[in-house]
Design a protein around this ligand. Structure first.
Ligand code: NDP
Ligand code: MG
Length: 395
């Protein structure tokens, strides 16, 4: 199978290459993309010898070409958004790992869908922003969409085989998404008011990029995942529940009409869903150690606390509102998380900025990519405005 890996230098990208390296007979890397981490991408190019490598700027491309030239590599270096879409839709590529973080990942992920590829979807923001448009392209082009997000991969594995998108026909009552609760599951409101970026990115169970780590701490990550589940499985908001499960061993569950509840379990390591989607419908070694239930001992469950974690509620609100609301929610979240990481906004301010942004951007339908990008632009502009007023108030 010939692969393009978008976001190869990130947490998911590195885990993907780890699985790929275990099966040289099975996978061939055609293109790797990074953005700013040129040295990391150069090392990956030396090991996996892709035909193409893509970075974010002309300057980064020049540095990468220099490093590769010295090493005698024949990899061709490109840069920019068009190059990302180009390597995501090359005729010789079978599968595309979509692991760029945030809205920047939407255009190349959509290009892969349009080209009818096997799309391994980690970039949940793409689906949150553009769910209707993206799913329509997947169906039209006959692309195969396989979820990498551990919860959705678990749901995919637990759904009826050949699930058609009709929960009632499949005998499915509800989808139960598990959530670890993040690093502040039991924190008091006083403690939440003083959270630093360092504390927020230190997740108890998963090692991930900075943005998704903050999303896990606010529980916006679970909110984005509710919206992601809605699009992937054609599930209405009131049939998707969130269950706090601090051990992160059950990755999600499907509740059936006959009383059966099916779940997928495993150690919290993204190489399992990555290997599952790379090899589907076969199974391959992922390098993940077998689950030791005796070492786990207990599996606990709690109800999410929407008062302490309002971001989860905001995401349900945006999903129910439909139209541009989820794209605006995502844009506002990206602006707020960046501001928090740069110490321009408090942890609790993240939810305030998103709520105020949802209030000011007018509802609009989104029927095509242009409308999605317009909703994203409006959401960012409004969030920056809200942020400026927020900063002025707290100064
Ligand atoms: P990272 O921050 O670790 O990696 C992000 C990747 O995207 C890097 O390769 C980065 O390049 C690249 N990138 C960043 N900005 C841009 C841009 N503007 N244009 C093109 N490329 C860019 O993130 P993760 O690997 O943690 O997450 C990737 C996606 O997967 C996210 O959407 C996340 O929500 C999702 N996900 C991640 C999980 C995890 O366990 N990490 C679990 C489930 C979903 P560079 O580093 O070179 O600058
Ligand atoms: Mg997840």
């Amino acid at each position: 199978m010939k692969l393009t890996i978008l976001g190869a230098t990130g947490s998911i990208g590195v885990s993907t290459l780890d699985v790929v390296a275990r099966h040289p007979d099975r996978f061939e890397v055609v293109a790797l993309t990074g953005h700013s981490q040129v040295e990391v991408l150069a090392a990956q190019c030396r090991q996996f010898r892709p035909v193409w490598a893509v970075v974010g700027s002309a300057e980064a491309a020049q540095r990468l070409a220099g490093l590769l030239g010295k090493a005698g590599s024949r990899t061709e270096v490109l840069y920019g958004a068009d190059a990302l879409a180009q390597v995501a839709s090359l005729p010789e590529v079978d599968a595309v790992m979509a692991a760029i973080v945030g809205a920047a990942g939407l255009p190349p992920t959509l290009a892969a869908a349009r080209a009818g590829k096997r799309v391994l979807l980690a970039n949940k923001e793409a689906l949150v922003m553009a769910g209707a448009v993206f799913m329509a392209e997947v169906r039209r082009a006959g692309a195969l969409l396989l979820p990498i997000d551990s919860e959705h991969n678990a749901v995919f594995q637990s759904m009826p085989c050949n699930y058609s998108g009709d929960m009632t026909r499949g005998g499915v009552r509800r989808i139960l998404l598990t959530a670890s609760g993040g690093p502040f599951r039991t924190a008091s409101p006083e403690l939440l008011a003083r959270v630093t970026p360092e504390q927020a990115v230190a997740h108890p169970n998963w090692v991930m990029g900075r943005k998704i780590s903050v999303d896990s701490a606010t529980m916006m990550n679970k909110g984005l995942e509710v919206i992601e589940a809605h699009w992937l499985f054609n599930a209405p908001a009131d049939r998707i529940d969130v269950v706090i499960h601090p051990q992160s061993v059950i990755h999600s569950l499907v509740d059936y009409e006959d009383g059966s509840v099916l779940a997928q379990l495993g150690n919290p390591d993204m190489r399992t869903p990555i290997a599952h989607a790379l090899a589907w419908p076969e199974r391959i070694d992922s390098g993940v150690s077998p689950l030791d239930l005796f070492a786990v001992g207990q599996l606990n469950f709690e109800r999410p606390d929407l008062a302490r974690f309002p971001c989860l509620d905001l995401a349900y609100r945006a999903l129910r509102a439909q139209g541009n609301a989820a794209a605006v929610l995502n844009a506002a979240n990206e602006v707020a998380v960046t501001a928090f990481l740069e110490r321009r906004l408090t942890f609790l301010g993240i939810a305030d900025v998103i709520a105020a942004t949802l209030d000011v951007v007018a509802a609009a339908p989104v029927d095509d990519l242009a409308a999605v990008l317009e909703a994203d632009r409006q959401g960012r502009a409004a969030a920056l405005d809200v942020l400026a007023r927020h900063a002025a108030r707290s100064a």
